[in-house]
Design a protein around this ligand. Structure first.
Ligand SMILES: [Zn+2]
Length: 194
């Protein structure tokens, strides 16, 4: 049986857990360097997981109408997220392309939606899918593509220990999936030198 999410951030409880964790790994949580660590981590997690209480649809819904029907591409959008399997960060950049059906939205709104999805316990595959589907749905785009490249510290700092290895995920919807020329145009443009 899985318990439902609590929906609110319990700062004091996270602080308690970190104190307990320090003791559990064989440390002394009362020594000088660690005395303030549970509080610092509780404050950090509150920021890193603030996306749990935020709505990416709302962030994107302030788009403006324009008679634009050519492909729009935003690339090199940086993000930081947290691998839900290891609770270690993964970070990289995202490229988002879409074929508008009249409705376009600014880079800052796409970046904000990405940040909301990223500031949750995540896996890169789901982050990519969620962003693509959210952008596609809210903008009612004729097609959308998202490519995310990221380095996972759970792969580079431990386990297989391959520093510099990058994981790439992509999700194509609508014409980006069904029309090979549209997909090639998108992939060519996100690879082009800026
Ligand atoms: Zn991991």
């Amino acid at each position: 049986m899985t318990s439902a999410p609590s929906q609110t951030y319990d700062f004091a409880s996270v602080e308690d857990c970190m104190q307990h964790l320090l003791r559990s790994i064989g440390e002394n949580p009362d020594r000088e360097g660690l005395a303030d660590t549970p509080r610092r981590i509780a404050a950090m997690y509150e920021e890193l997981f603030e996306g749990l209480g935020q709505d990416p649809v709302e962030a994107l819904s302030v788009g403006f109408e324009e008679s634009h029907d050519e492909m729009v591409i935003l690339r090199d959008i940086p993000f930081y997220s947290m691998c839900e399997h290891h609770f270690l960060p993964f970070h990289g950049k995202a490229a988002v392309g879409y074929l508008p059906d009249g409705r376009i939205v600014g880079l800052s709104k796409i970046a904000r939606a990405l940040e909301i999805f990223a500031r949750r316990p995540q896996v890169q595959e789901r982050l990519t899918t969620q962003l693509a589907e959210c952008v596609g749905d809210v903008l009612q785009a004729r097609g959308v593509g998202v490519v995310i490249e990221a380095e996972h510290t759970c792969m580079t700092a431990r386990g297989i220990k391959k520093p510099g290895s990058v994981m790439v995920t992509s999700v194509m919807r609508g014409l980006f999936r069904d029309d090979v020329n549209t997909r090639q145009e998108f992939l060519g443009l996100i690879r082009a030198q800026g």
